[in-house]
Design a protein around this ligand. Structure first.
Ligand SMILES: Cc1ncc(COP(=O)(O)O)c(C=O)c1O
Length: 372
């Protein structure tokens, strides 16, 4: 979670990484090799991540935002182009579009997966639309119809998979479904290395363009500092990459643990007090998200924080952010608005035991009822 807030250290966090024993070993190797800059470990991480996503190419970046920015630049999205984004996402999705000089066009979400609403997407495509960024929010892949629409209309698709490592759509991993996929490896993600990102693609030219822009856009070798165009210095370090190489083996157990804990929540949480997540195939439960039927999420969040339980607030519908006001479709945003008023994400650290989930549920129910 991105925090500015300084709340006391919680007993139960929204997420934590399962740490592979190989992390210390590989970090030790990086240190002993005395080469911490982008290098051999980055290449290893890229190769392993490409395999994990079933794509031909992966390029590691310094953050998920950098990955999105580079993917947009490398696909030729730029000044004046419209890029359709969902109304509910991390502001980074929109920021990357703005950094690329393009215009984010904010479109409402659907209430099942909280991704772009395909019927609204159809209505919002204009001759200026160049790309669509479907965001696989909270660990659930978006509605597959989005990919069919983009294919029909010949639009670029940059998947924002920052929150959905390992999620699948029809058996295909996210990050392999569009023109390019973008991941974040921020510490609280499904696979965290601290900070970092990755661009995945089957398009060799696109990967080559990302690799060119990611450093100094130089000619290589002795001419590496002969920068041929504006470039971004968005590479990942060997230190972060070594953690990533070690941590890949923890993704499957992380997903299994989180799916198991989601099952506990499904059984224990009261349907009278909240709507629980819909059944979505391939959901990896980065977050376990409920929509309250009673009570105010902001107050419930504070009550639970006092008891050491961290909950994650909803993303603010993007059209309400001051710097993006006016960039939305003129149509209303009933789903994003409703979700925003009612959403809270419960702790779903893969370390949670059933008895701890029971304790969280008891305190959560009490907080919702007291708050009412
Ligand atoms: C949906 C989404 N997109 C993009 C990002 C940006 O990733 P990063 O924080 O690594 O820049 C994040 C997370 O932080 C995210 O949740």
């Amino acid at each position: 979670m991105k925090t500015g807030a300084k709340e006391p250290s919680p007993r139960y966090r929204t997420n934590e990484p399962l740490i592979s024993p190989k992390v210390m070993e590989y970090l030790g190797q990086v240190i002993s090799e005395r080469y911490l800059s982008p290098g051999n470990w980055v290449r290893k991480f890229e190769k392993a991540w490409a395999k994990e996503c079933g794509v031909h190419h992966a390029v590691a970046a310094s953050s998920g935002t950098a990955a999105l920015h580079l993917a947009l630049l490398a696909t030729g999205v730029g000044k004046g182009d419209e890029v359709i984004v969902p109304a509910m996402t991390c502001p980074d999705t929109l920021n990357a579009v703005t950094f690329a000089g393009a215009i984010p066009v904010i479109v409402d979400i659907e209430p099942v997966r909280f991704g772009l609403d395909p019927s609204r997407l159809r209505e919002e495509i204009t001759p200026n639309t160049k790309a669509v960024i479907p965001v696989h929010l909270y660990g659930a892949a978006v509605d597959p119809e989005i990919f069919s629409i983009c294919h029909e209309r010949d639009l670029l698709v940059i998947e924002d998979a920052a929150e959905a490592h390992g999620a699948e759509l029809g058996g295909q991993p996210v990050g392999s479904l569009g023109t390019a996929g973008c991941f974040s490896f921020r510490g609280d993600k499904m696979l965290g290395v601290g900070t970092g990102g990755m661009i995945t693609t089957n398009d060799e030219q696109l990967a080559g363009r990302v690799n060119h822009l990611i450093g100094l856009a130089g000619a290589g070798g002795f001419d590496r500092y002969h920068s041929l165009e504006l470039s971004y210095s968005y590479e990942m370090s060997n230190v972060h990459a070594a953690v990533g190489v070690a941590q890949i083996e923890m993704l499957a157990p992380t997903i299994a643990a989180k799916q198991r804990i989601a099952g506990f929540y499904d059984r224990l949480l009261s349907s009278d007090l909240m709507d629980k997540p819909a059944l979505v195939d391939g959901h990896v439960f980065w977050r376990y998200v409920v929509l309250l039927k009673r009570g105010n999420p902001r107050r419930v969040h504070s009550l639970l924080a006092e008891q050491g339980i961290e909950t994650m607030p909803p993303f603010v519908p993007a059209y309400r952010l001051p710097h993006y006001a006016g960039q939305q479709s003129p149509k209303p945003f009933p789903v994003a608005d409703d979700v925003y008023e009612r959403l809270l994400s419960l702790p779903i650290s893969p370390y949670l035991e059933r008895s701890q989930v029971e304790e969280i549920v008891t305190l959560f129910h009490a907080a919702v009822v007291v708050e009412n």
